[in-house]
Design a protein around this ligand. Structure first.
Ligand code: ADP
Ligand code: NA
Length: 330
């Protein structure tokens, strides 16, 4: 059986980049080919300072968002990382088979710690070890990852191999990246050279999953473009990153490739195209936003889904952890 594991940090206000680049694929992977395990990785969130009250609210909000976009608890295990103590325990055991140099080389650590490597928290350095534990606790075989997580998945494979070699076992699988067709990289609506991100200070740079029709229309109207109409061929987008981004977003929302979008809109001015883009974004996002509001009004239901998911995850994790302890002589 192929087993997918993927995690997402509990942050407020999921945006269209998270949805088109990651979470929408999670929904599509639910089916007969894979067993799917999806995790709100709250322990990873602690690598940045968190207000406890907000963190608790964001865990629930993200779970509600995942349910609203179509993660189905009858077909996937959906839970929060901290519900299953095995994640932390396996991370410690892996810490003891992971050379420090492997972690110091991680570009995300170097980016986030910058010159403050001595005052950065150990958790920031150890983050990829916890990620390896997340995946391997369930013997995950496939992990849908974006560009930014590829290096960490490589390290997960290295850790699995290090464990297997040190103990002379063939215990952990080497999980493979699950390549997702043309994974959509959504760029900022204000600057085509930056990715759409919740850390961008401009609210107009991103569409949030809960934005209403008026807000979506306003953000697309204010989105940066150039005075030229849409080109008729994809090559015409090569030097126009903002135009290319809007075409990509339309294509991703409509399930069409760039050629098909340009066949329909080539020669059209952006003012017109932005109207069509708004319509399709509203058509996709309005039902999700509505479902989110319904779920957020029923927090007991969301908590119950997480609790049941956590119980299923813990039951899967227990035998693996017991075997790991046995192999290690504990
Ligand atoms: P942010 O950049 O807003 O902080 P995260 O780092 O929390 O987002 O990313 C959560 C998931 O969403 C990851 O799988 C990441 O690859 C994906 N993701 C984030 N931003 C984008 C984007 N602009 N386009 C495509 N995927 C994205
Ligand atoms: Na990020």
């Amino acid at each position: 059986m192929k087993r997918i594991f993927s995690g997402i940090q509990p942050t407020h206000n999921m945006h269209l980049g998270n949805y088109l680049g990651a979470v929408r694929n999670w929904v599509a992977l639910q089916g007969d080919e894979f067993e799917t395990i999806y995790c709100v990785v709250d322990l990873h969130a602690l690598t940045q300072p968190q207000d406890p009250v907000e963190l608790r609210a964001h865990i629930r909000e993200l779970a509600a968002t995942l349910l609203a976009v179509g993660i189905d608890p009858a077909r996937s295990i959906l839970f929060a990382q901290s519900q299953v103590p095995g994640h932390s325990e396996l991370a410690w055991l892996f810490s003891c088979v992971t050379p420090l140099g492997w972690l110091r080389r991680m570009t995300q650590f170097k980016d986030k710690a910058g010159k403050q490597q001595d005052t950065a928290m150990h958790g920031l350095l150890a983050y990829p070890v916890l990620m390896a534990a997340d995946i391997l606790l369930y013997k995950g075989t496939h992990v849908p990852v974006g560009e930014d997580q590829k290096q960490h998945l490589e390290l997960t494979r290295d850790i699995a191999q290090s464990f297997n070699q040190r103990y002379g076992v063939d215990f952990f699988p080497l999980p493979e990246p699950q390549i997702l067709g043309s994974a959509t990289r959504v760029m900022s609506l204000r600057d085509g050279s930056k990715k759409m991100s919740k850390s961008d200070p401009s609210d107009y740079s991103r569409i949030n999953m809960t934005d209403d029709a008026d807000t979506i229309a306003l953000k697309f109207r204010k989105a940066k473009t150039d005075p030229e109409p849409l080109p008729t061929e994809a090559e015409g987008l090569a030097t126009r990153p903002e135009a290319e981004n809007l075409v990509n977003i339309y294509g991703a929302l409509a399930g069409k490739d760039v050629a098909a979008v340009l066949a329909e809109f080539g020669g059209t001015p952006f003012s017109t195209f932005k109207g069509a883009l708004t319509d399709i974004a509203v058509a996709v996002l309005a039902p999700i936003g509505g479902e989110m509001r319904r779920l957020m009004a029923d927090p007991g239901h969301v908590d119950a889904v997480l609790r049941q998911g956590g119980e299923k995850a813990a039951a899967l994790a227990a035998p693996t952890l017991a075997e790991v302890q046995d192999i290690m002589g504990l």
